[in-house]
Ligand binder design. Sequence first.
Ligand SMILES: [Zn+2]
Length: 318
Amino acid sequence: MTTLGTASAAPGEMDTGRLAVGETRDGSQFGLPVAVVNGADDGDTLYLQAVSDGDELNGLGVVQRVVPQLDPKQLAGTVLVVGVVNYHGFQVAEHRNPIDDTKMNRTYPGNESGTSSERIAAATFEVASRADLVLDLHQGSTSRMLNEARVRCGPRHRLHDACLELAKVFGCGYVLDQKGPDGQLARAAPDEGIPTIDPELGGSVGWDEESIRYGVEGVFNVLRHYGFLDGDVELQPQTRATGFDRYGAPSGGVVDFEKDLGDAVEPGDVLFEVTDVFGTLKAEVTADQRGIFWRARRLPQVATGEYVCSVGTDVDEY
Ligand SMILES: [Zn+2]
């Protein structure tokens, strides 16, 4: 019997339930929606989580499609799922947990007697710690972004190669291989010996069909390659960036992009222009380094210094 919160499944069965974390402001118990798919055959454990950032819904779209397609009778090993991590952020469609105004993915491995976010992180990290592989499904928040997977442990980590392999198997086509900030699940779980990636399934608000399909395919690639399901995965070369240059607005106004997601960028290429309310050009921003146009703000209006776009740099293939 494999148990996760109130979900319990014998070999060859699946169940859904709730993982209790605490109470809401009115004193009601709340729990994160969880699923256990317990394979008929023995094998490894995959942990899949979504909506760590409360406005990033494409991962939920992936969970919603993957779980009904999993037949525990055909599965070797176990798939553990937390479908919505940032419970409070999800309720109000916000990125951060509004209870403590914190980004969940800066609080791992969490603290079971800490803040709201730290407690949720501790509860989900305990699940992640039971796994052999972890997928933490994200997207570029409300910015538009390539479909990519992030390796966050850093190049000197003993699990760096294993995380890179997991990203290649997931197979979005693009990988950002850069040590992440403290508190990311994709940094904390490798420290426990668990290869982890943070797939970034596109971006922008809502529910993006193409990005959800990338995510579903990625999860099934992982299940096949690592022996949870029958079948082989033909690994494709991934375009990898190890640097990530962010560009801000030199003046206030309206941004007009000269590059699109995935475009090659050469030093000196114009990335975007800023015009005023009446269409007069105020500024032109050019690339400092060669790379790939990776991420761009969704709304055109900017204040001086506001984030506009990112270019993945130091690009190679692996
Ligand atoms: Zn995120």
